[in-house]
Write a protein that binds this ligand. Structure first.
Ligand code: SAM
Length: 263
């Protein structure tokens, strides 16, 4: 157990891990996850569909020539992580994971032991310079070459007062032309029944969620050109098979997702 881990207060990384059938969560996380699932029964499907988007997006980036990835808000490593997908597609791929949460970082370190093309940094995503100038980033990523920046299911934990669009822009400005941002963000636009109640559960944790509408999420792509399929419900982004969606339209679109290229 990493030091400084609060097992009493649930947190987003471990709740998400539980929904993905991961093993890195505590009783408090499971209790919150179950309460949310009671009011929003499709949540596990939504998470699975989102994970399938991650897989397609990383494959798209590798197919587009990207060989280096910066995954900010990477979470607890469960099956189908960015480095697994990218390095299976091309063993040359290098990945830097970033998360602020101790359990996520500790398990990432364990998982990545022996992989000299991937590393994890514990940092808050606001510390853009600290992350981009970190020795591990310098070792693994060449910022003069295109990078695939991933910000998946993380900006909805960032309040407007932090200026999330400004944070994305600070990353963008340090990345080479030809880099990509891949971003997903939960939304209230589909107004699924139970969502408001689910959000109230999050308000009782140190990590409340700030769901945003289409135009607000689109603003995060400023300075990037959205590739096809644009910004859409994550199940509708270049679907490749039946496992990429579920039978609920609302859960297929609980998170917007898109990929943008820096010209
Ligand atoms: C829902 S998980 C998403 C995990 C992964 N990106 C995915 O899509 O499968 C959100 C992650 O963002 C992390 N996170 C939240 N706020 C953060 C911040 N300010 N800086 C860094 N990581 C953050 C949480 O610790 C959590 O691991």
């Amino acid at each position: 157990m990493p030091s400084g881990v609060d097992q009493v207060m649930p947190n987003a990384a471990r709740v998400y891990d539980y929904w993905l059938d991961g093993a890195h969560n505590f009783a408090a996380d499971r209790a919150l996850a179950d309460k949310i699932q009671q009011v929003l029964p499709g949540i596990r499907d939504a998470i699975r569909v989102h994970r399938a988007f991650l897989r397609r997006a990383v494959q798209f980036l590798v197919d587009s020539g990207i060989r280096q990835f910066l995954d900010v808000g990477s979470g607890i490593p469960t099956v189908g992580n960015v480095h697994e997908i990218a390095q299976r597609a091309n063993p040359e791929c290098r990945v830097v994971y970033v998360d602020k949460e101790s359990v996520a970082v500790a398990h990432s370190e364990l998982l990545l032991a022996g992989n000299d093309r991937a590393a994890v940094i514990q940092a808050d995503l606001r510390d853009v310079e600290k992350i981009l100038d970190h020795p591990q980033t310098k070792r693994l990523l060449d910022l003069d070459q295109p990078v695939g920046l991933l910000m998946l299911a993380v900006l909805h934990f960032v309040p407007d007062s932090w200026d999330p669009a400004g944070i994305v822009a600070r990353y963008r400005d340090r990345l080479a032309s030809g880099s990509y941002v891949t971003l997903s963000h939960a939304t209230t636009d589909g107004s699924p029944a139970g969502l408001a109640e689910a959000l109230r559960f999050y308000e009782q944790t140190p990590e409340p969620m700030y769901l945003r509408g289409y135009d607000e999420v689109l603003r995060f792509f400023a300075g990037f050109e959205l590739v096809e399929s644009g910004l859409v419900g994550c199940a509708f982004w270049r679907p490749s098979g039946p496992g990429d969606s579920c039978n609920s339209t609302e859960m297929n679109a609980l998170a917007y997702a898109g990929v943008g290229r820096k010209p």
